[in-house]
Design a protein around this ligand. Structure first.
Ligand code: C2E
Ligand code: MG
Ligand code: MG
Ligand code: MG
Length: 299
């Protein structure tokens, strides 16, 4: 592919560009084969409540009285184990899957696998599944969701779909209709990575979200940045007045947890509570279960 040099008005070839394009094409071909070769897997990361019954951080000391009721659910996160490259990160292959359209069959596999997994868990925890724009704009997502729920026997209330705002920008009408139909099935919908990209208050007003997931970039800065704290407060207030739950993403430290509790944030997710991990079967005849809360020991 040629690039235009505005200064000279002629096309030239950037060194390395062919190489990069070839590498991408190759990765797309491999992505295409990955499904049939069973190279995908799901990891699950715990989502937890911080309410009166959840973990309390008193004076920045955690009270380790946990019960199953404090776990809200688990987010399913796609993993690709490439036979030669090893684990490929979602940030590397999800955009390629989206550009190539492969996210449609891959996303269908994710939805089916997550629902089948969750239906076998002993505790009826929720499962959250990430959905790409293309799955809504170029498919019949409500029909697929209904079909997968029926197939797997998972109660609709236990499924949550996570969408980002780029999705809504693409095709607002179709997206609104699809999310409304999905809500009518009893499935909940979360707005992922809120506060990045094209966040607009109009989206919050017009779309039937049950939950707002505040992007983890705000957590990263929260202790040092008054602006990040101000945004957390504003989003919590918005959530309360719009009747949407607010979950803080990317909670890594007890200090961040203390801050969230001081602000009366009720839901969180992050390495502090548990990293994404594969399901594990305790014995051969028991269904594979998610890891649960894996907080570090108190020192
Ligand atoms: P996301 O939906 O916002 O998922 C959360 C990401 O943050 C995950 O990265 C998770 O591992 C990471 N994370 C969780 N807690 C922490 C923390 O405390 N600190 C830090 N630094 N990171 C944390 P992951 O698994 O690499 O996934 C990246 C993104 O790829 C996801 O962001 C999502 O947008 C996309 N993705 C993953 N699985 C799927 C899928 O099945 N379908 C689609 N369409 N997208 C997916
Ligand atoms: Mg997500
Ligand atoms: Mg997110
Ligand atoms: Mg993200």
């Amino acid at each position: 592919r040629a690039k235009q040099d505005p200064a000279r008005g002629v096309s030239y070839y950037e060194p390395g560009m062919d190489e990069a394009a070839r590498a991408r094409r190759e990765l797309v071909l491999e992505l295409r084969r990955a499904l049939e070769r069973h190279e995908f897997d799901l990891h699950y990361q715990v989502q937890t409540s911080l309410g009166a019954t959840g973990p309390r951080a008193a004076g920045c000391r955690l009270d380790y009285e946990f019960g199953p009721t404090e776990i809200l659910g688990y987010e399913a996160l796609l993993r690709w184990r490439h036979p030669v490259r090893g684990q490929v990160a979602p940030v590397e292959f999800i955009p390629l899957a989206e550009e190539s359209g492969l996210i449609i069959p891959i996303g269908e596999w994710v939805l089916r696998k997550a629902c089948r997994d969750a239906a076998a868990w002993r505790q009826p925890h929720c499962v959250a599944v990430n959905i790409s724009a293309l799955q809504i704009t170029h498919g019949d997502l409500p029909r697929l969701v209904a079909q997968v729920l029926e197939e797997t026997g998972l109660a609709p209330q236990r499924l949550e779909l996570e969408v980002t705002e780029t999705l809504i920008i693409e095709d607002r009408e179709k997206c609104l209709a699809a999310l409304t139909a999905i809500r009518a099935l009893g499935v909940t919908v979360a707005l992922d990575d809120f506060g990045t990209g094209y966040s607009s208050l109009d989206t919050l007003r017009a779309f039937p979200f049950n939950r707002i997931k505040l992007d983890r970039s705000f957590m990263r800065d929260i202790a040092a940045s008054p602006e990040a704290l101000a945004i957390l407060r504003a989003v919590l207030a918005l959530g309360r007045s719009l009747d949407m739950r607010v979950l803080a993403e990317g909670v890594e430290t007890i200090e961040q947890l203390c801050l969230l509790q001081a602000e009366d944030c009720r839901e969180a997710q992050g390495y502090l509570f548990g990293r994404p991990a594969p399901l594990q079967a305790k014995a051969d005849d028991t269904p594979a279960e998610p890891a649960g809360l894996t907080l570090p020991p108190l020192s």
